[in-house]
Design a binder for this molecule. Structure first.
Ligand SMILES: Nc1ncnc2c1ncn2[C@@H]1O[C@H](COP(=O)(O)OP(=O)(O)OP(=O)(O)O)[C@@H](O)[C@H]1O
Length: 335
């Protein structure tokens, strides 16, 4: 048995496409620009990054759906290009969204159908389907038609489908997309239970909190490269020694946000929309109190709560990703 479930060395992928009709132009996108990664057997590993970072492209090369333009990758010791068949036997792939199930069938019948398709031997099917329904906590609802299922339940059924053939490695691509917070918590429980069975899981997500709760190690990918890799505690150090000011506001303009970024002592400023409010997060060096300057820059904007707090893993993530966006070198962080 290979020591590593997943190994990638210098993995690259360039997409080439043509645009225009009268004067066609070639367009090249370097989606993945040299990814090195090793994931141990039974590890729950997170791949995190903003839109267009290269997460899905990386997963698709690892699961044999895309041929790399350069570098190499192995799953359980088998090369993804030359030993495709061995790799496919050992992997499962589940992506977000709720397509790909038969709405008019029950969960159990959906799994029976896919078990046939994946060649799970008849005498094993009953037991395996029973085990999986229990793992994803759909036992009790297993004879109901899927059309009455919530998004979270469908997503858990997708996970069960991806596990029918007992893969050693499961790729979970943004499983919680579009799932409400309560259902997302149940989904995280399913992923944790799955990892406890010894299956290696590579999870991609946009949600730092999800990765923090589930993953032993996380790679932050942006601009086609791994920008930081480590345990959640190691990644958190990217925001060490900083303070965070959080301001609830209504109507902050891009210009005001840009002005805040240039204030003395300010290291990052990001803005999230939560319901009707904007939540501004301003990271500063510990020696500075930027509150007065920030509030002055927001003159005329209706403000809600203003709080100062310690940095979280999410703040570290913002720091890593913003540095890439501005092409500043990432500070080395001791492990
Ligand atoms: N088939 C394709 N043809 C051309 N460009 C592509 C193709 N698929 C992806 N890209 C580009 O490659 C880059 C990486 O895309 P990828 O889907 O891997 O990112 P991602 O991190 O999964 O993003 P998201 O979180 O939005 O799903 C993006 O710039 C994207 O526009």
């Amino acid at each position: 048995m290979s020591e590593h479930a997943i190994e990638a060395v210098g993995l690259r992928r360039t997409y080439r496409s043509r645009t225009g009709w009268l004067r066609p132009q070639r367009r090249e996108v370097e989606a993945v620009r040299g990814v090195d990664l090793t994931v141990g057997n039974g590890e729950l590993f997170g791949l995190l990054g903003p839109n267009g970072a290269g997460k899905t492209t990386t997963i698709k090369m690892l699961n044999t759906l895309l041929v790399p333009s350069g570098g190499s990758a192995r799953i359980c010791g088998y090369d993804v290009v030359t030993r495709t068949r061995e790799v496919r036997r050992r992997i499962g792939y589940v992506f977000g969204g709720d397509r790909g199930l038969y709405d008019r069938l029950s969960a159990r019948d959906n799994l029976r159908y896919f078990a046939e398709l994946y060649g799970v031997p008849g005498r094993e099917q009953r037991r395996r389907i029973g085990e999986l329904l229990e793992l994803v906590r759909l036992d009790g609802r297993d004879d109901d038609r899927v059309e009455g299922y919530s998004r979270g339940m469908r997503q858990r059924l997708h996970i069960a489908r991806g596990l029918l053939h007992r893969p050693r490695v499961l790729f979970l691509d943004e499983p919680s997309i579009g799932v409400d917070p309560v259902a997302a918590r149940e989904l995280r429980q399913t992923v944790a239970d799955l990892a406890a069975t010894g299956t290696t899981v590579l999870l991609t997500t946009h949600y730092m909190a999800e990765a923090d709760e589930l993953c032993g190690r996380i790679a932050v990918i942006a601009n086609g490269r791994i920008q930081a890799l480590g345990t959640p505690a190691e990644l958190r150090r990217h925001a060490d020694g900083r303070r965070v000011l959080e301001v609830e506001a209504y109507g902050v303009t891009d210009r005001q946000l840009a002005a805040i970024r240039t204030l003395p002592g300010v290291r990052e400023a990001s803005m999230d929309v939560v319901g009707a409010a904007q939540v501004l997060g301003v990271q500063s060096d510990a020696g500075y109190d930027v509150q007065a300057d920030v509030l002055r820059a927001l003159d005329g904007v209706r403000l809600g709560r203003v709080t100062a707090r310690q940095p979280t893993l999410e703040d570290a993530y913002v720091a890593i990703v913003n540095r890439v966006a501005e092409e500043r070198p990432i500070e080395a962080v001791a492990a």
